[in-house]
Design a protein around this ligand. Structure first.
Ligand SMILES: NC(=O)c1ccc[n+]([C@@H]2O[C@H](COP(=O)([O-])OP(=O)(O)OC[C@H]3O[C@@H](n4cnc5c(N)ncnc54)[C@H](OP(=O)(O)O)[C@@H]3O)[C@@H](O)[C@H]2O)c1
Length: 158
């Protein structure tokens, strides 16, 4: 199963200049909780913004410009089809961004882990608009971190 995990500001911003425009430890904990010991799928920009393959996860990076690598920790691949061919239906795979990769994988996605960040944020990377009517909320939790209101949601495709 393919899932997406993303943190979204009120104006749908998710990034600026290849970074994330907020610093919210509670959201990093949520990300860690839902990605540890799983395979995570990302675009080359997101991989470069993180700077390394995250520990205790297998990273698949989609790129047209990097050399192919296949190891336990890191796979560097060139097409969506190649990513899909690496997946096994018995496991959950997390698409972790950024915007280009969310767009490519949205149609294959059955579950969304969304952190709504209650801020209007200046940025140049946006999550693709989607229709909430096609998704059932199965989990909702409100929290406040560094004076920012957060809503953690899990949604499943109807
Ligand atoms: N708020 C959040 O939860 C969150 C999560 C993740 C990322 N972000 C932010 O999002 C931003 C990055 O997003 P982005 O949209 O700029 O980049 P991205 O989706 O991370 O990566 C884009 C790159 O992926 C590769 N790619 C895209 N489509 C491809 C295809 N069909 N086949 C092969 N390779 C393909 C290309 O790499 P090449 O150029 O090498 O060909 C492309 O430049 C950053 O600001 C990051 O901090 C936010």
């Amino acid at each position: 199963m393919i899932s997406i995990i993303v943190a979204i500001a009120k104006n749908w911003v998710i990034g600026i200049n290849n970074t994330i425009p907020w610093n919210i430890p509670q959201d990093r904990l949520w990300f860690k909780k839902h990605t540890l010991h799983k395979t995570i799928i990302m675009g080359r920009n997101t991989y470069e913004s993180i700077g390394y393959a995250l520990p205790y996860r297998h990273s698949i990076v989609l790129t047209n410009t990097m050399k192919n690598i296949y190891s336990n920790r890191l796979s560097i691949v060139n097409t969506v089809q190649e990513v899909l061919s690496l997946l096994n239906n018995d496991y959950e795979y997390l698409v972790i961004g950024g915007a280009q990769i969310y767009k490519l994988f949205f149609k294959y996605t059955n579950r969304l882990y969304i952190t709504y960040i209650d801020l209007l944020v200046y940025g140049n990377i946006f999550f693709p608009i989607f229709n909430l009517k096609n998704w059932d909320p199965i989990y909702t939790k409100y929290k406040c971190c560094n004076k920012v209101n957060l809503c953690f949601k899990i949604l499943e495709k109807k």
